[in-house]
Write a protein that binds this ligand. Structure first.
Ligand SMILES: [Zn+2]
Length: 468
């Protein structure tokens, strides 16, 4: 028993708590240790070795399994009021809960969220429909709504989405203004970074080849991402502020981000599970389902993403969950340009990190804690309420069976779309239970939470993950 744990326990008043989860391998910020947690009124009230845990109304013995803070999916398109046939707060949050996620950060898909009225409506939709806690982005940012940033931050909407490419392409002036605003008021600007000029020119070379799904990737070469990332970094060097690069996919872009950080800029990034599992040559086999932006890259890029995740150059794993009804994918069977861009993913983040990361020696448990939970909470201003096992933090956690194998099927997925890019894969390492503020919302294949449990979480200004 470490002295930290003992002293945390001593701070607690003795007596009974609502829930005790014991016999766990706890992933604490200080490292992994054996013990359990006590929960009352939705918060962690004690962290201790099993013999020091208090009495509880309910005791769960997890038989040595991992207990870690619930994951934060910082990029998911789950509720667009004009595209509810794709996903909604209920199905999207169920898929997230079934993947060990306890806070989801929704992002606009096509419908603008850039006014106080939009924000109030979205909070009320989420609080009536979501099974887990949530917050969301405003966007897409443009020259008309950049002046709204301060007012939106005051409403708890701290993150803003912008694009350097279609369909929501904006110019460098808007990006500079957004960064200046978030620098002033403590927010976050996230960019989808691909250079539109490069995309336009390289698409011309694919004429006659659009029946092959891989053409989608070849038409969007690495240089499109690299130039756009570099250009956004040039801007943040002038303006200050927090620049977050959405879904990084290339070796070169990772290096640009690393150099920018060494120069002292607040530049963070995320990687998606689909880019950690699949690569370009999988596309013709997987068909139009594998169309997404930025596209699947070369094997060398995938290796670079894993290595950057392990060494701390990539801060978090986020899903960019954006599935669609299967017909919108099948529309691209003869011409990949006609297919919807986007895949499922929120239910797969943790499974991918366990199966392809931990169980293949590409990731450590301490990095899992950081890239799954803690960094997103710190960067987007949700910490220490979220993203950490600590006394007084929300009792948001997931129980993981690291050795259990599971075959991925569409039947186990909670997304509305009815398909998954991972169909048929066997993965090792499974989230078995998910708790949101002390309530078990997912239990071995079943959603046990109810829509309406989820609460809106205001984002703060955030911090750079220390030492990383
Ligand atoms: Zn996205």
């Amino acid at each position: 028993m470490s002295s930290t744990l003992t002293s945390e326990f001593r701070k607690q008043t003795r007596g009974s708590v609502d829930l005790v989860v014991k016999n766990a391998r706890l992933l604490l910020e200080s490292g992994a240790t054996r013990g359990g947690i006590g929960v009352s009124n939705g918060r962690i009230v004690v962290i201790a070795s099993d013999e020091h845990l208090p009495d509880a109304s309910e005791v769960i013995d997890v038989d040595g399994k991992i207990l870690m803070p619930g994951l934060i999916d910082a990029h998911a398109h789950i509720h667009d009021p004009t595209m509810l046939d794709h996903e909604d707060f209920t199905t999207g949050s169920m898929a997230a809960a079934a993947g060990g996620i306890t806070t989801i950060i929704d992002m606009p898909l096509t419908n603008q969220v850039d006014s106080i009225k939009d924000v109030e409506e979205k909070i009320s939709q989420g609080e009536s429909m979501s099974v887990i806690d949530f917050t969301f982005y405003a966007g897409m940012m443009n020259s008309q709504n950049v002046g709204m940033i301060h007012a939106l931050i005051e409403k708890g909407i701290g993150a803003f989405k912008t694009f350097t490419c279609e369909p929501y392409e904006t110019n460098k002036g808007v990006i500079a203004k957004c960064l200046s605003e978030v620098s002033e008021y403590g927010g976050h600007l996230t960019v989808h970074a691909e250079d539109q000029g490069i995309l336009d020119e390289f698409a011309k070379e694919m004429d006659g080849d659009w029946d092959a799904p891989i053409s989608h990737s070849l038409a969007r070469p690495n240089i499109a991402e690299d130039l756009a990332v570099r250009s956004c970094i040039d801007i943040v060097e002038q303006t200050g502020g927090h620049l977050h690069i959405a879904h990084v996919t290339t070796r070169e872009a990772i290096l640009e981000i690393e150099k920018a950080r060494l120069r002292g800029n607040m530049v963070t990034t995320e990687v998606c599970p689909q880019h950690l599992v699949f690569f370009r040559d999988d596309m013709n086999r997987l068909g139009p389902k594998s169309k997404l932006n930025p596209p699947l890259r070369a094997k060398e890029d995938r290796a670079a993403l894993w290595s950057a995740l392990l060494r701390g150059s990539i801060d978090m794993v986020a899903s960019d969950h954006a599935p669609c009804p299967i017909e919108k994918k099948e529309a691209g069977l003869g011409d990949i340009r006609e297919a919807w861009s986007g895949v499922d993913g929120t239910q797969m983040i943790l499974r991918v990190l366990l199966s392809e990361g931990i169980n293949r020696g590409r990731l450590s448990l301490s990095r899992l804690l950081r890239v799954g939970s803690r960094n997103a909470a710190r960067i987007f201003g949700l910490y220490p309420k979220k993203g950490v096992l600590r006394v007084d933090s929300d009792a948001d956690f997931v129980i993981i069976d690291q050795t259990k194998e599971e075959k991925i099927t569409t039947d186990m997925m909670f997304s509305k779309c009815g398909w998954t890019l991972y169909d048929g894969m066997t993965m090792k390492g499974v989230p078995v239970m998910t708790f949101s503020r002390g309530l078990k919302v997912y239990n071995e294949g079943q959603i046990t939470g109810k829509p309406g449990h989820g609460r809106f979480q205001a984002m703060g200004s955030g911090n750079r993950p220390d030492g990383e």
